[in-house]
Design a binder for this molecule. Structure first.
Ligand code: ARG
Length: 461
């Protein structure tokens, strides 16, 4: 005979086997077991303290739950699909272990507030783990930037060479993106840090629960204000999926640069053998597969966000089973972003920047044309006219296959008599970079000041 479900009192028939298959979530929500047990321990302790159940029963439940935890961790306990989800599996294991007292655990609680609690706790831990990896990546960028304050490279707009900058300036641009990601995660954690237990199924409970006490035991900053919202809110998961999508997008853009830079055409970086792979047919190949995979995983991370937004969009208050569909995208995204951040930081630590190629590339493509125009402006020409003269010089250089700095002074003077010997220094790549010393710019002192600020941030988080 089939075992009766924990909720089986009002049922005469059994759940269809295929229906049970899609109803059960234990195959993925087993990952919540630690949070589920910690939440139940706090709930039982509170029930005992409030005299809602006997203190002796509460103590027995707490002891039993601790034993269930160690059974799970040592592989002794078995979860079954019959028990649907992690909440009913843990409760069933508890009752099997301690008997009657175990049946009192669920007093004043519903799986609806229980699952919200577990998910919030899991998410807070996940954010802590992810931000460790995010900080590792931010630290790596700062270190590399410090070593490359004078490494000149071209910058691009429209993927056409624009102006000279430094590798430090480039890397610190990515630091800023990851800094915002860090702050977004920290902000998202604040919204997750609200304790929903006591909301019951949706309309709270008639027992005199001490919700603040449970929040304190579990390390939550506050408690939820409305029981209907508390069981139907999944904003904290969505915010996390959004923060992760933006972060993954940043990783993907960076990956794209690494992939491009590692091509024979750019040749600006050399990937370590440890972070590239070969081809089974073409012996010469060394592919940037790791960067490609990090870029490619944006698809699943964005998909998880759009998937859950779509799941949530038509749900009336309060809890609906649709919401069980939040877990797989959450777990998948947390795992993906955490591993991508870690492997990406490692890949960067092992990359070789071809500094000569970078400097050479910055010297080509007339990246100093803006500075040529600015030179004329400083000699008194209005910017629009200076832009025109510099454009004419570029056209001449291109036709004659010369860099601007290769043009003799007497030729330059044919374009404008404002040119004199000091033009060559004014348009050298070093000057182009060093003159851009406004804060936020590529000059060594500006980037060094940014790095100092970045280090102070890293030291404080
Ligand atoms: N496994 C469910 C989930 O993940 C738990 C809540 C179930 N509640 C219910 N009334 N069926 O959402």
């Amino acid at each position: 005979m089939e075992k009766k479900k924990l909720w089986g009192g009002r049922f005469e028939g059994q759940l269809d086997a295929d229906a049970a298959g899609i109803n059960s979530s234990i195959s993925f929500d087993y990952q919540l077991y630690r949070q589920d047990i910690a939440g139940s321990i706090a709930h039982a302790a509170m029930l005992g303290k409030q005299g809602i159940i006997d203190q002796a029963d509460a103590d027995q439940i707490v002891g039993g739950l601790k034993a269930v935890l160690s059974d799970i961790e040592s592989g002794k306990a078995e979860f079954t699909a019959d028990n649907e989800d992690i909440h009913m599996n843990v409760e069933t294991l508890l009752i099997a272990k301690i008997g009657e007292a175990g049946k009192k655990l669920h007093t004043g609680r519903s799986r609806n507030d229980q699952v919200a609690l577990d998910t919030r706790m899991w998410l807070k831990d996940a954010i802590d783990e992810i931000t460790i990896n995010l900080k590792e990546l931010m630290g790596t960028l700062v270190e590399l930037a410090e070593d490359n304050l004078s490494t000149i490279m071209p910058s691009y707009t429209h993927m056409q060479k624009a102006q000279p900058t430094t590798l430090a300036h480039y890397l610190m641009a990515y630091f800023e993106m990851f800094k915002r990601d860090y702050l977004r995660y920290a902000d998202c954690k604040k919204r997750a840090d609200v304790m929903p237990l006591g909301s019951g199924a949706l309309a709270a409970t008639t027992y005199d629960l001490d919700r603040e006490y449970v929040a304190e035991l579990l390390g939550f900053a506050e408690i939820t204000d409305n029981s209907m919202d508390a069981v139907s809110d999944r904003d904290y998961v969505l915010e996390f999926l959004f923060a992760s999508s933006v972060c993954q997008m940043h990783l993907s853009r960076f990956s794209e640069e690494i992939i491009l830079w590692s091509t024979g055409e750019f040749n600006m970086v050399k990937l370590s053998d440890a972070f590239s792979t070969g081809s089974s047919i073409m012996p010469q190949k060394k592919n940037a597969d790791i960067a490609e995979l990090v870029r490619g995983k944006s698809g699943r991370v964005y998909g998880n966000l759009v998937g859950l937004l779509t799941t949530m969009k038509g749900l009336p208050l309060a809890y609906n089973k649709d919401m069980q569909e939040d877990k797989e995208p959450l777990f998948d995204t947390a795992y993906t972003i955490k591993t991508c951040l870690h492997v990406f930081a490692k890949m960067l630590k092992n990359i070789t920047f071809n500094k000569d190629v970078m400097a050479d590339a910055a010297g080509k493509g007339f990246t100093n044309a803006t500075d040529l125009a600015d030179y004329l402006v400083k000699k008194g020409l209005p910017f629009r006219s200076a832009h025109e003269v510099a454009g004419n010089v570029v056209l001449y250089s291109e036709k004659n296959k010369l860099a601007i700095s290769d043009i003799e002074l007497y030729t330059l003077k044919e374009f404008s008599d404002l040119f004199s010997e000091d033009v060559y220094d004014a348009i050298s790549l070093e000057t182009c970079v060093e003159k851009r010393k406004v804060y936020g710019g590529p000059a060594k002192a500006s980037v060094a000041a940014h790095i100092k600020k970045a280090k102070a941030l890293l030291g404080s988080i």
